[in-house]
Design a protein around this ligand. Structure first.
Ligand SMILES: Cc1cc2nc3c(=O)[nH]c(=O)nc-3n(C[C@H](O)[C@H](O)[C@H](O)COP(=O)(O)OP(=O)(O)OC[C@H]3O[C@@H](n4cnc5c(N)ncnc54)[C@H](O)[C@@H]3O)c2cc1C
Length: 468
């Protein structure tokens, strides 16, 4: 009996229940269908496309080039394949984007008419969003309460990698990976590529490297962008090159007698924030688009194209903000602490709607994730569930001085400030002229003056907030 295994955001063979179950039945037709989001806003971004291309390439290599690629209407493609290969089962893993549920229901109906068994497995989140409810049977809006409840349910062990896989190649119809046009080989893409290793093996290696070298001290050191104390597993998790079960198993089993428990707990807690984002997206319709707290609909946002462009290009005159935005452009990633700082700057100092920030991140991040990105932007904006209060405005000068005190991160991404002494690094406009000259900096030419006054813009934002 032949089964289609439809890879989606689970680009791995280990801990993939669907493929394990398919392997027990008989031959497998492994497929990937590129069909973009129905809404223009969330068409897959350029950096994600690039990551996806390489991740698919790696998966294909791991199954001896047997992965079959298609593009277009998944229902039509599946129905054709079912007829051609006498398929009795179609298995896949669940995706959680808001449009997926109705899409799955449509496919289930079409497949039922053909007497084909359609099964959707869970492999991307530790807890199905529907399984965690509060005492009155409703949904949590506060992370700590959600986490407490989540911890009450046991996390399963990862599934083994199947050994007896027999794949079918659909040689007549399948496209080549390159025909999906996910990449165009321009220099920006080539630069981003150079920062990442792709695929399941690279993800597992990265996890092990992090456990050996980054986890110790995680609770504190994770906030320092020059340090290697975060895992950088976010794109791997997004594309399912690794599952949260594998991470939970590897980290949760570390002997806390020999390892600080606060580091283990804090790391697992961040993994649970990822769960919470998906939980919010599942339960609150419109979450990726709308303010979770509706009072923010009346916020008097401003729009200034020049300011937005300066932010995007890392030319704001605030070095930690510029370093973050340039890290994003250079690598397709940005450190979490700096993501918070640049987001706060856009929303609260420039008073530009969080949607513009979300969209730029969406296009540039290799880990762009609908749930995490929207939840995090809403968190910084103060309009999300359990969000940072609006009046908490990150000061980019003190954030830089505190979390990058020797300037290692900032100088790496803003090299024109290389020679500026630490004392002035996060506020170059306060440096005496002779210091600027000795550092080779001409403000307004080699590095911009601040595009906005921090104190004034902060007060304006707080005044605007009071009107809500
Ligand atoms: C404005 C803004 C936008 C963001 N957009 C995204 C996004 O599109 N995709 C994305 O995966 N993360 C996003 N984040 C969350 C966070 O910044 C990244 O998950 C993290 O920086 C990834 O680095 P890491 O893998 O080294 O994290 P680690 O510190 O090693 O954490 C391990 C894993 O936990 C999860 N995680 C960590 N922090 C968070 C968090 N605050 N919220 C939710 N999950 C978290 C991630 O999956 C991460 O890989 C955003 C944060 C902000 C402030």
């Amino acid at each position: 009996m032949n089964t289609i295994f439809w890879f989606k955001q689970d680009l791995r063979l280990s801990d993939n229940e669907g493929i394990l179950e398919a392997s027990k039945i008989g031959k497998i037709l492994p497929i990937y269908i590129f069909s973009d989001a129905p809404s223009d806003e969330f068409k897959i971004g350029k950096a994600s496309k690039l990551y996806l291309h390489h991740s698919l390439e790696s998966l294909d290599q791991s199954i001896d080039d047997k992965l079959n690629f298609y593009k277009g209407d998944s229902k039509k493609i599946l129905v054709n394949l079912i007829k051609k290969y006498d398929i009795k089962n179609v298995f896949c893993s669940r995706c959680y984007e808001p449009w997926e549920a109705s899409h799955d229901a449509e496919i289930e109906k079409a497949l039922a008419e053909l007497n084909v068994n359609f099964r959707i497995f869970n492999g991307s989140y530790l807890w199905e969003p529907e399984s965690i409810k509060n005492e009155i049977g409703s949904y949590y809006k506060v992370f700590s309460a959600y986490k407490r409840k989540a911890y009450l349910s046991e996390v399963r062990k990862p599934f083994r990698k199947p050994t007896n896989l027999h794949f079918i190649k659909d040689s007549d119809n399948t496209m080549r990976l390159h025909d999906l046009n996910l990449i165009s080989h321009n220099s920006w893409e080539q630069k981003i590529e150079s920062y990442w290793g792709f695929g399941e093996d690279a993800a597992l290696k990265k996890l092990n490297h992090f456990i050996k070298n980054g986890l110790l001290g995680y609770k504190i050191e994770r906030d320092y962008p020059a340090k290697e104390n975060t895992s950088k597993l976010s794109p791997n998790l997004h594309f399912g090159e690794i599952s949260p079960y594998q991470i939970w198993d590897a980290v949760g089993n570390i002997d806390s007698m020999h390892f600080p428990k606060e580091d283990l707990d804090h790391f697992l807690s961040e993994v649970i924030w990822r769960e919470f984002s998906c939980y919010l997206m599942t339960h609150f319709t419109g979450f990726p688009y709308d303010n979770f707290q509706a009072k923010f609909d009346k916020f008097p946002w401003r729009f200034d194209k020049n300011l937005l462009n300066a932010w995007k290009k890392g030319q704001t005159g605030y070095p930690i903000v510029d370093a973050g935005m340039r890290e994003l452009w250079e690598t397709g990633y940005m450190h979490n602490r700096v993501r918070m700082v640049v987001a706060s700057f856009l929303i609260k100092n420039l008073m530009i709607h969080w949607h513009y920030g979300r969209d730029w991140f969406w296009d540039c991040l290799v880990d762009a994730d609908l749930a995490n990105n929207s939840a995090s932007w809403q968190w910084v904006a103060g309009c999300g569930a359990d969000a940072a209060p609006y009046f908490r405005i990150f000061n980019p000068i003190t954030q830089g001085e505190k979390f990058d005190s020797n300037g290692e991160y900032t100088r790496k991404f803003v090299p024109e400030l290389q020679l500026l002494p630490d004392k002035y690094l996060f506020k170059p406009w306060t440096a005496p002229l002779d210091v600027l000259k000795a550092s080779g900096i001409i403000l307004g030419k080699s590095y911009p003056y601040p595009i906005v006054d921090l104190e004034k813009s902060r007060n304006e934002a707080l005044e605007a907030y009071k009107t809500l």
